[in-house]
Structures are given as structure tokens and as C-alpha cells.
Write a protein that binds this ligand. Structure first.
Ligand code: AMP
Ligand code: FE
Ligand code: FE
Ligand code: ZN
Length: 284
């Protein structure tokens, strides 16, 4: 019997998705998924609501997170699954990250406000209380003010890293991110490591360092990985015996990505569940 799709990367309004965790769960059920992972940026604040929402739906929830890390000029996203959300190391690091993102977003808005009629209050109006703030919320504020037709256009223009308004946020190294997730009993899977454009890609030799640090998996089927990049990743995964995943990176209406557009094989999810010691999937 064919299994229902497993989608291990989705965002809610706890970070830059446009749906609440409960709405995301409902969308995953409506899309016919068997399993969905909630992976908000630098926050586990949506786990409890999503856990309540899956009850009785037949959907399995894999609680997770997408941790922001950086390597030189490259922004590297590290997915973590089934870790202990109360782990002190991870709690401290994510609190620092959210704080640093907040101040960085304020500075970006200050710069934009010199040229466009936009304020910090406009950005807050586009986010839920305590959400992990980022450029997506600034994009929504620009759209609301009529300075861009949609998020993607705002990213291609005013929010582009070459626009003159941009600044990066501080983040730990991906190796440190991997260790934090492992220490919390979780399973680190590097997110979309072969995207086009400004490199979110890491050099191949850094991969060896990541594996040494405890990296367990790599997200290969993702719309932003290039075909050539994905082929290289498959070779790396074979060489290091890594778990291989595929996912949508759904952000509600914030991105064109649709739930289930890429998915993960059941044997790969089984490896994640087996490796995790911090938390368990929630079978609704
Ligand atoms: P930041 O972390 O604040 O620099 O913003 C990056 C976030 O914006 C990522 O998590 C993406 O999900 C989102 N993002 C990047 N490019 C786009 C785009 N073209 N349209 C919508 N969201 C985007
Ligand atoms: Fe995002
Ligand atoms: Fe990402
Ligand atoms: Zn994501």
C-alpha cells in the first residue's frame, strides 16, 4: 500500500510562516500528508499547539526547528528533529538568536525608513507576539504599505542583500549548531545545502567537519537545491552514510512552496526516529 507523504520542513507564524501551528496541521491533513515536521526558525514555541492540534487527525507530527547558523559569509540552516526542547544549551542559543534577529531587523528597518515611509510598528503588526523576526516580516510590512507586490518581490528588491539596507544577523557555526542539537538528543539534518545564488552552500571539506561534529542527515529533495548540487549531495550522503530527506519548506502564503511537493522515504524517517533520544513523534 502506498504510504501517505512525509514532509519534514514547514513553518508556522511562530517564525515566518503565515499560518498558526494549528492551521498548519489542518493544512497538512488537507494536503493528505501522513507526517509533517514543524520546523520554525530558532523556536519551539509552536510545538505545544501543534501537538494538541494533531489529536484525532491521523497525522503524525515530528517536532523540530530550523536553527540559524553561519559560516563566514554563508547563512547555513540546520534542521533539528526530536530534541529536548528544554535543553539548556539549545534554549540559551535560540534565545540569543531571536534577540540578535530582533535588533538586526530593527536596524534594517531604520535604514529602509530613510527612503520609504515604513516604521517598526508596521513590522510588529505583521508578526505574532514573540515570533522569530526576520526579513519576511519586513517584506510583509513593505507589501502592506504598497512598496512591493509580494514577499518574493520585496526579497528581490529592497530586502536583497545587495540593496544597501541589508545586514546579517549573528549566529553560531553550523558545527556548533550540530553539537547543540545532538547534546539535546536531537537529529541534525542540514537544510537545502545546494541553493543557487548567494551561497548558502558550504564547501565540501566543511561537510567532513560537520559529519565529525555529529551531522546525521542532509535535505536533498528541496526546490531550491540545484540538480547538479543535489547529485553532489547524494554522493556525499552515500560516502558518509547520511540520512536523506526531502521536504517542501512550506511557509503558508509566504512562499510558493506547497506541502508535500517534496517528501522523505519512510525508511529515512525511521532512521531519524531511531537516532533521536530527546523527543518522540506525536501520532495523532
Ligand atoms: P532572514 O533570515 O531574516 O535573513 O530571512 C530569510 C528568510 O526569508 C528565510 O527563512 C526564507 O524562508 C525567507 N525567504 C527568503 N527568500 C524569500 C523569498 N523570495 N520569498 C519569501 N520568503 C523568502
Ligand atoms: Fe523561512
Ligand atoms: Fe531555510
Ligand atoms: Zn525553512
Amino acid at each position: 500500500m502506498p504510504h501517505r507523504p512525509i514532509d519534514l520542513h514547514a513553518h508556522s507564524s511562530v517564525s515566518d510562516g503565515t499560518e498558526t501551528p494549528a492551521e498548519l496541521v489542518a493544512a497538512a491533513v488537507a494536503a493528505g500528508l501522513g507526517t509533517v515536521a514543524l520546523t520554525d526558525h530558532d523556536s519551539t514555541a509552536g510545538w505545544a499547539e501543534a501537538t494538541r492540534a494533531v489529536v484525532g487527525t491521523g497525522l503524525t507530527l515530528v517536532p523540530g526547528m530550523e536553527l540559524s547558523t553561519s559560516l563566514g559569509m554563508n547563512s547555513v540552516h540546520m534542521l533539528g528533529y526530536l530534541f529536548d526542547p528544554a535543553d539548556p544549551g539549545l534554549v540559551a542559543e535560540t534565545a540569543r538568536l531571536r534577540e540578535s534577529r530582533l535588533h538586526r531587523a530593527e536596524r534594517i528597518v531604520e535604514r529602509i525608513a530613510a527612503d520609504y515611509d515604513i516604521s517598526w510598528a508596521d513590522v510588529l503588526a505583521q508578526s505574532t507576539n514573540g515570533a522569530t523576526l526576520g526579513r519576511p516580516h519586513i517584506a510583509d510590512a513593505l507589501v502592506a504599505r504598497g512598496f512591493a507586490p509580494d514577499r518574493s518581490a520585496a526579497f528581490a528588491g529592497i530586502l536583497h542583500w545587495r540593496s544597501g539596507y541589508y545586514e546579517p544577523h549573528e549566529a553560531p557555526s553550523p558545527m556548533h549548531g550540530v553539537r547543540l542539537i545532538r547534546e539535546a538528543g536531537g537529529v541534525p539534518v542540514i537544510a537545502h545545502p545546494a541553493t543557487r545564488g548567494r551561497s548558502t552552500n558550504i564547501p565540501e571539506r566543511a561537510f567532513d567537519e560537520l559529519v565529525e561534529a555529529g551531522l546525521l542527515g542532509v535535505e536533498i529533495a528541496h526546490r531550491e537545491n540545484t540538480a547538479a548540487g543535489a547529485e553532489k549531495l547524494r554522493q556525499l550522503a552515500r560516502r558518509h552514510d547520511l540520512i536523506v530527506t526531502g521536504s517542501s519548506d512550506y511557509h503558508g502564503e509566504g512562499k510558493p512552496n506547497r506541502l508535500g511537493e517534496n517528501s522523505t522515504e519512510p525508511d529515512q524517517l525511521a532512521r531519524i526516529v531511531e537516532a533521536a533520544t530527546g523527543w518522540a513523534p506525536v501520532r495523532g
